[in-house]
Design a protein around this ligand. Structure first.
Ligand SMILES: Cc1cc2nc3c(=O)[nH]c(=O)nc-3n(C[C@H](O)[C@H](O)[C@H](O)COP(=O)(O)OP(=O)(O)OC[C@H]3O[C@@H](n4cnc5c(N)ncnc54)[C@H](O)[C@@H]3O)c2cc1C
Length: 400
């Protein structure tokens, strides 16, 4: 209700656009709750899709090639430049694309996600908590977890149908594993390096991976400061537009949320960048570019929150190179394939690959990036894998 009042105040005359987004979102949400498989690559996938479809989805299906900018035009709100700038900034966070390039069906949902009754949430204790719980549950079920290990090669053997997987540990010791199935949660672009040319992946599939739209990289500024230096009642999430950087998304820890010691706060500011701007720099140019960007971000933050240079207790900056080094994602790409109408949902990359036993999940697979999105893609791929083995995935908590 508060959001409805606010959007009417901020963007008078746009209610028809928001109502349309709401209708699309409701239809999408019910569809997703029935666990569809997308994109469809087998009869079983098709059966799961048909099971999830209702008449309202057929209606919204007609919008599948439209963008959010098209919805603005349909509803007569396309002349509202303020609304358009707001949407461009918000959508960039979720789809890496502005309104003119974000699928209407995807965009309508992410624009509503932060609202009641769903909403976006912080975990008390940070994402580490989620990670620890997943680890505990995995170990309890008898899983064997190798932390700090890197897969360096995957070879598919036709006879018997098995994968040879080379892994190196922190001391560079080689471990050789065998697998009947692999659920690959790395970016699909990593397959090109991990599977040798003669490793079983067809040239056609390799080309299709090479031709995937290039995802963005990210720059993240991490700062720690005294809470008393921040304005009283400072919001936890703020997005600002900057002439140089475009969207800058700021997240500030709240007192007692276990993300900072008492009396202190963490402030994280992030933005998307083109990875090519960082890939070919020599070490001196890299250090200098990093320094300049760090100062520019700090200047924006100091102006926005009335901070002094001395307010910072700690600060550091991560660039696409840092993401590449610390996560192993090629070139430091983040965020999957983006959500243009040509590659979202039914038109996206399939979790099934031409290699029997090799399955994909993660931010390049339906429904896309974000912790919730990649978890859902993992659920989808496990259902497919189990069905392939003649079994059924039964998770009571989700069935209730
Ligand atoms: C700055 C930023 C802020 C974000 N904030 C949020 C947020 O607030 N909420 C939210 O829901 N989402 C957020 N996201 C998005 C979210 O982090 C991603 O969508 C999600 O982590 C993608 O999950 P994934 O499993 O596809 O990939 P990843 O999380 O990247 O997982 C892939 C894993 O594979 C590992 N790996 C890579 N290569 C190898 C190899 N050769 N061998 C073994 N392991 C390897 C990596 O180290 C990594 O652990 C944010 C993303 C960014 C960049």
């Amino acid at each position: 209700m508060r959001w409805q009042t606010e959007r009417q105040e901020q963007f008078p005359g746009s209610e028809i656009f928001w109502s349309l987004c709401s209708k699309i979102h409701e239809s999408n949400w019910e569809f997703v709750a029935r666990d569809p498989i997308l994109p469809v690559r087998s009869f079983w996938d098709l059966s799961q899709l048909i099971r999830a479809i209702r008449p309202s989805n057929l209606l919204t299906g007609f919008l599948s090639k439209l963008t959010i900018a098209d919805l603005l035009t349909i509803t007569g709100c396309h002349k509202d430049r303020r609304l358009r700038s707001f949407l461009d900034l918000q959508l960039k966070l979720y789809s890496q694309e502005p309104a003119s390039r974000t699928s209407a069906l995807y965009g309508a949902t992410v624009l509503q996600m932060a609202q009641s009754p769903r909403g976006l949430w912080h975990l008390h204790g940070s994402m580490q908590l989620l990670s620890d719980r997943l680890k505990d549950s995995f170990l309890k079920d008898g899983g064997s977890l190798l932390i700090g290990h890197r897969v360096t090669k995957i070879l598919s053997k036709k006879n018997p149908n098995i994968f040879d997987v080379n892994v190196v540990d922190r001391r560079k010791n080689l471990i050789q594993l065998k697998a009947s199935d692999i659920v690959f949660s790395l970016p699909p672009q990593s397959l090109l390096d991990l599977i040798p040319i003669d490793g079983g992946l067809s040239t056609k599939y390799r080309e299709s991976i090479k031709n995937l739209p290039k995802p963005s990289g990210a720059i993240v500024f991490y700062g720690a400061l005294r809470r008393s230096d921040l304005p009283a009642n400072c919001q936890a999430h703020i997005q600002i537009f900057d002439e140089n950087f475009g969207s800058l998304f700021i997240s500030i820890s709240m007192e007692d949320d276990q993300r900072a010691p008492v009396g202190m706060a963490t402030l994280i500011a992030s933005m998307f960048v083109n990875i090519d701007q960082w890939s070919n720099l020599d070490s001196q140019s890299y250090a200098s570019k990093k320094n300049i960007i760090s100062k520019q971000i700090r200047t924006i933050l100091e102006k926005k929150f009335d901070l002094l240079e001395t307010s910072w207790d700690h600060q550091e900056l991560s660039t696409p190179r840092s993401f590449e080094r610390w996560t192993g994602r090629p070139g430091g790409i983040v965020g999957g394939l983006g959500q243009h109408p040509d590659q979202f949902g039914p038109f996206g990359l399939s979790s099934r690959t031409p290699l029997r036993g090799l399955w994909l999940c993660g931010d390049s697979i339906y429904p896309g990036e974000g912790t919730a999105g990649v978890s859902q893609s993992a659920m989808m791929v496990v259902r497919q894998l189990m069905e392939y083995k003649g079994r059924h995935l039964n998770i009571p908590v989700f069935n209730s």
